[in-house]
Each structure stands twice: as C-alpha cells, then as structure tokens.
Design a protein around this ligand. Structure first.
Ligand code: EPZ
Length: 454
C-alpha cells in the first residue's frame, strides 16, 4: 500500500513543482521589476546598431482580458513588463492557469474562471485593469471590479464604459469602491454611440459584446492599432466585425459558435518604436529600429522628418534613423489615432528641448500630461506651460540632474533627456518606466549607453 503512495507522490511531484514554478516565476518576475527605485543615466555620445521593439503593452492588455472568453489562449510576441505581469496575476486570481515562457516571449492562459472579483490592490496599480470588466462580462455576464481611479495624467473617468453597459441594460451598483456589474437576460439596446473616443472604452464594449448573441453597432469608436489587434482576435474567435470609419457593425454567433482555443501574435509596440526613433533622432549614427510596423507610425514619421531627421524605411518592419542636430522646432497637437499620439508627446518634448527655435505642444487628450516638463526644466529646458499648451524654446544643452518620473511616458522622456544631457541624471520612481517598457535598460546598454537600474 505504502509503495503506491510513494509512487503517486513521484508521479505527481513534477506537476506540483511545475504548478508551483509557474506561480513562483510570475511572482519572481514582478519582484525583479519592483526591486528597482532609480535609473542612473549618463551622457551617450551616439547610439549605433539595432534595437528590436517588443510586443505592444496596450494590445497585450485587452488580449489578456479576452483570455477569459476562451478555454485556452496562447499569446506570442508577449511583452514582459509590470502592467502585463499584474494582468497575469489578476487572471490567476480569477482562476486561470498561466504558463509563461520569457525566452520565447510566449504566455499560455488556460482553465476555467473560478472567481469574478478583481481585487483593488492589484487593479489600482494600472489603468488597463478596467479591461477585466469587459472580459468578465463577456465570459459570464458578471463582474466585480474596483473603480481604477485616476493617475498622474488625469482623472481617467470610466463614465463611457458604464454608460455603454447601462445602455445594454446591465445592472450596475457601486459598493465600497467596487463596481458590481451584471448583464441583462435581454439586451435593451444594441446600438451605442460613444460621447468620447475612448480606447479602453471601445475595447471593453467589444469584450462585453463577445459574450452576447446577435447584431450590434458601436459608433464613435477608437481606431488605435491596438483596437484593431483586438478586432483581429475577435474575428478569429468567430465574431463578424465590419468597420466603416468610426462605426463597427458586430455580429456575434451563439456561444457555441465561438472557438475555444486560440493563438494570437501581439502587434509591435508603436509607442516603444516611436520612443527609440526619437532617441535615434538625437543620437542615431545610425540607429536601426526593428520589429515595428511602419503602418502604425504615420504621423510620427512625418513629424520627425519635419524636424529635419533623416529616416530610411528599410522594410515595413525596420526603420533606420540618422540624428539631425539640432532638430527643427515643431507644432504638435495630440489627437485620437491616426492623429499624433498623446503617448508620444513627452518623448518629443525632450527632443524639442534642444531644437533650433521654438515649438508648441497642445495636449488635447488628457488634462494633466505635462508633468515631465517640470522635470525637464530642472535639467535646463526652457518650457512654459499654459493650460494644455506647452511652449518650448530650444536650448543648446540640457544638464543632468536628479529627477522624478511621474507617469509612464514621462519617464521615457527623462531617459532620453538624460542620454543627451551633460553630466549624470538619476530618475527616481522608475517603476513608471518598468510598467510600460520591456528591458529598456538592457536595450539601451546594448546600444552603448549607460542606463543602469538601481
Ligand atoms: C488608453 O488609455 C491607453 N492605455 C493610454 O496609454 C493612452 O494614452 C490612451 O488610451 C489614449 O490613447 C491603454 O490602452 C491601457 P481613453 P484609456 O479612454 O483608454 C476620456 C500609456 O502610456 N474618457 O482613450 O484610459 C479620458 O479622460 C497609456 O500606455 C472619458 O471622458 O484612454 C481622456 O481624456 C497612458 N470617459 C480621453 O477620453 C471615459 O469613460 C481618452 O481616454 C473614458 C475616457
């Protein structure tokens, strides 16, 4: 009898260890990111060679939420960064199993949902957690999720997310900071017009509709490439989606008609690509940025050329950038895609701080997305903020200083400023950078720069 037990233990041990290992690996990766508080950046004479961008954070997040709609989802070109690691942790809490392969940049999410409550202490760490509202509703019609709250760049309301659900006929109550949502048996309205173009609002609506059946129309939707990556995923699932301008016509078959297992490759991160192209505009001699999708970069490439930067589009996935010092001043106004991305204005502000002449940046998406300007001024930049407009007078050089990261893209702009400044720069609250960029320190070091996490 006892031999059988020992035998059973030896048979089960690898699986138990593997299961433990999976959880341990995720926790270990999160701890590995959280242990750093600063990045030390030193002046970099030039960046030469090639950097490959990772998968898009803002595409991976809705795709992770969509893992709740299927039995098994394998994501390739998966970016390992704090926001996606936190999202994986939420999926585990909801009952999903996770198999993470950092080397292959692949993650497999499988198993059944066992819980529908997303804990505040996790969801409050990143805005993208709101997408689990749509994922849970699409999966089983019920969700309990904390209001994600705002962040440094603005109030980040979710009124449009909730207005869409109410329009469907969902029951929504707010208790103790948690939104309790449940879909109706019968949908009240199958057409919805967003008052505001909202990326995660559009994505949440799509995730919710995936769990219903019938014909739906969404108007005034966001058209970011990350939204289209989700559309591609949902089409693979078996949902018919026609796009006409900012209108989506969606036809969802009965639940049985949807695929239960899928593999999907995350699109390249266009904001990381843009960040390296800005760096190359200042230091590239030349810098080749690979693994990107030039179709997603439109206005960014135009603005860099307008600044006098030499860009060579080698293939649809590779752009070579030659520095042009000093860059010319620009007028930039952020707008929903395909307009100039708000997620790139901080990086451009760092570049325009040393441009010839003056530049104007008008931030039309978020009400408080100029905090990096205050830090750039500490490095010698000449920037005046009036409401949602920044006027930048180019200066000869920036001077390294201790600065503070305030949000994800602000931290990237301070890294760029530190690399072109004279003297050392120490960026504190560096977790903001680690939330949204995969291995930025390693990529910069590989290009010959000094960007050390401590
Ligand atoms: C997404 O945020 C991105 N995040 C942001 O990227 C990006 O800056 C933003 O879209 C704009 O492109 C993810 O995709 C995870 P919005 P999201 O809803 O969806 C207002 C980064 O750096 N609004 O499109 O939260 C809102 O206040 C991050 O990676 C409402 O009024 O942004 C803002 O003014 C930062 N009511 C505007 O719409 C709502 O219900 C656009 O916000 C929703 C939004």
């Amino acid at each position: 009898m006892w031999i059988n037990n020992i035998h059973t233990i030896f048979v089960l041990l690898p699986f138990l260890r593997l299961k433990f290992l999976k959880v341990e690996l995720l926790e270990e990766l999160i701890e590995n990111h959280k242990k750093f508080s600063k990045m030390v950046v030193k002046p970099c004479a030039e960046v030469k060679g090639e950097v490959t961008v990772s998968g898009s954070k803002n595409s991976a997040l809705p795709l992770l939420a969509s893992a709740l709609l299927v039995e098994e989802l394998i994501l390739e070109n998966f970016p390992l960064l704090l926001d996606t690691l936190y999202a994986l942790k939420i999926l585990k809490i909801l009952g999903k199993d996770i198999e993470l392969n950092p080397t292959l940049k692949r993650v497999r999410i499988y198993g059944e949902i066992k819980r529908i409550k997303v804990p505040y202490e996790l969801s409050s760490r990143f805005r993208g957690s709101i997408l689990f509202l749509g994922g849970l509703l699409g999966a089983g019609g019920k969700a309990v999720i904390s209001h994600p709250g705002g962040c440094a760049i603005g109030a980040r309301p979710i009124d449009q997310h909730l207005k869409f659900l109410s329009h469907l006929g969902a029951n929504l109550t707010l208790k103790g900071g948690y939104i309790n949502a449940s879909l109706p048996k019968e949908v009240k309205n199958s057409n919805f017009v967003f008052d505001v173009v909202t990326v995660t609002g559009t994505e949440n609506a799509l995730l919710t509709l995936a769990g219903l059946e019938g014909e739906f129309t969404l108007e005034n939707v966001a058209l970011e490439p990350e939204v289209f990556d989700l559309l591609d995923f949902l089409r693979k699932l078996g949902i018919k989606i026609l796009t006409h301008g900012r209108t989506l016509k969606i036809s969802v078959p009965p639940k049985g008609g949807l695929k239960r297992r899928l593999t999907h490759r995350v699109i390249p991160d266009r904001i990381e690509a843009g960040t390296f192209l800005v760096l190359g505009s200042l230091l590239g001699n030349p810098l080749k940025v690979s693994g990107l999708n030039t179709d997603h970069l439109g206005v960014l490439l135009e603005k860099l050329e307008e600044a006098g930067v030499t860009l060579k589009i080698l293939t649809p996935t590779e752009v070579e950038v030659f520095r042009s010092l000093p860059p010319k001043g620009l007028f930039i106004e952020t707008a929903p895609y395909p307009g100039f991305p708000t997620d790139m204005q901080a990086q451009f502000m760092a570049m325009l701080s040393v441009a010839r002449g003056s530049s104007v940046i008008v931030e039309k998406i978020f009400e408080n997305r100029f905090q990096h300007a205050l830090e750039l001024v500490r490095m010698g930049a000449n920037i005046k903020i009036k409401g949602n407009t920044a006027v930048i007078e180019g200066v000869k050089k920036l001077v390294g200083a201790p600065v503070k990261a305030t949000d994800l893209r602000a931290s990237a702009s301070l890294v760029i400023a530190g690399l072109i400044a004279e003297g050392q720069t120490e960026i504190s609250e560096i977790y903001h950078l680690l939330r949204g960029y995969e291995d930025m320190d390693k990529k910069l070091t590989f290009l010959g720069c000094h960007a050390e996490l401590i």
